[in-house]
Design a protein around this ligand. Structure first.
Ligand SMILES: NC(=O)c1ccc[n+]([C@@H]2O[C@H](COP(=O)([O-])OP(=O)(O)OC[C@H]3O[C@@H](n4cnc5c(N)ncnc54)[C@H](O)[C@@H]3O)[C@@H](O)[C@H]2O)c1
Length: 283
């Protein structure tokens, strides 16, 4: 279950209005957002953050269980829908149906992603294709369906959750990193195409974030030591640690997504915002 947590000692930013439990970002109140891969991890945190900022959210995932739980928790603000982002027809049907029943989409957030690590020598054709089908083509399907409609209305914001691995070579991550780099460049090119129609397209590139995807990379039975190794880095694989000294919470990534989706970022497009505690040294 994703809780929206703030690291200890981290104050809320100024300029936000506290209305009981809800924090309001001007520009999100009443807006309609679509989120993919929303059933757990970063996607679930993005849904929670958008709802807290006043948006209505269509939460979609290949596995419907998590999004149904979110819909029950945020009664009336979250609509749960199953969606495989690799299926172009299903994406088009979902977006068309959403606009018919709930109104025009203001925000689309691509979070669905997969990671199967391993050296290139042992990488199967299927693993390579699966990375691109979900991490790149899935982003294309959703962004095409959303941007076409947003451009016609002259407003909208699309945010793609990529990875810092898309910008820095990592051993064992070739297919994943390549698929994420492609998703970022696709998102930036789309941003250029639709800028004059008032649609902004940005990416958020997280570093190591505490989710099932991250934990799947760890040695079983050595969770604490595995997490420590991520923070410290590993010179043997040319991997830097995390200068800010901790693995990200999903809410850290969600905050960046909400910012880029909101009117606070009204003059930002084609940007790729790294949220990785400095891990890539922005090299
Ligand atoms: N966790 C990290 O350390 C980390 C770091 C960098 C980038 N990311 C990226 O952030 C995003 C979210 O990652 P996470 O850590 O929450 O992962 P996760 O594995 O916990 O969740 C991913 C979600 O995507 C869904 N999904 C997978 N294939 C799908 C498909 N074909 N259609 C629709 N949904 C599908 C899964 O069902 C799951 O709910 C991913 O794109 C991931 O690559 C994660």
């Amino acid at each position: 279950m994703e809780q929206r947590r703030r690291p200890p000692g981290r104050p809320d930013r100024p300029g936000r209005r506290d209305e009981g439990a809800r924090l309001v970002t001007p520009g999100l109140d009443g807006r309609l957002a679509l989120v993919t891969g929303a059933g757990r991890g970063i996607g679930a945190a993005v849904v929670t953050a958008l709802v807290e900022e006043g948006a209505r959210v269509v939460a979609t995932d290949l596995d419907p269980a998590g999004v149904e739980t979110l819909a029950a928790r945020h009664d009336g603000r979250v609509t749960a829908r199953p969606l495989d982002v690799t299926d172009a027809t299903a994406v088009e049907t979902l977006v068309a149906g959403t606009e018919e029943t709930l109104g025009p989409l203001d925000i689309a957030v691509n979070v669905a992603g997969i990671l199967r690590d391993g050296p290139v020598a042992g990488l199967s054709d299927e693993d390579w294709a699966a990375h691109f089908a979900v991490n790149t083509t899935g982003v294309f399907h959703v962004s095409r369906a959303a941007s076409r409609r947003m451009a016609g209305r002259g407003r909208g914001s699309i945010v793609t959750v990529a990875s810092n691995a898309g910008g820095v070579p990592r051993a064992g991550f070739a297919a994943y990193a390549a698929s994420k780099a492609a998703a970022v460049m696709f998102t930036r090119c789309l941003g250029l195409e639709v800028a004059r129609q008032g649609v902004r397209c940005n990416a958020v590139s997280p570093g190591s974030t505490m989710t099932d995807m991250q934990r799947a990379l760890w040695t079983a039975g050595e969770e604490e030591a595995s997490a420590q190794r991520v923070v410290e880095g590993d010179p043997a694989t040319y991997r830097t640690g995390i200068p800010l000294g901790r693995i990200a919470d999903p809410s850290d990534i969600a905050d960046a997504v909400v910012f880029l989706a909101s009117d606070h970022a009204q003059h930002i497009t084609m940007h790729n915002l790294y949220v990785d505690g400095g891990a890539t040294l922005r090299a």
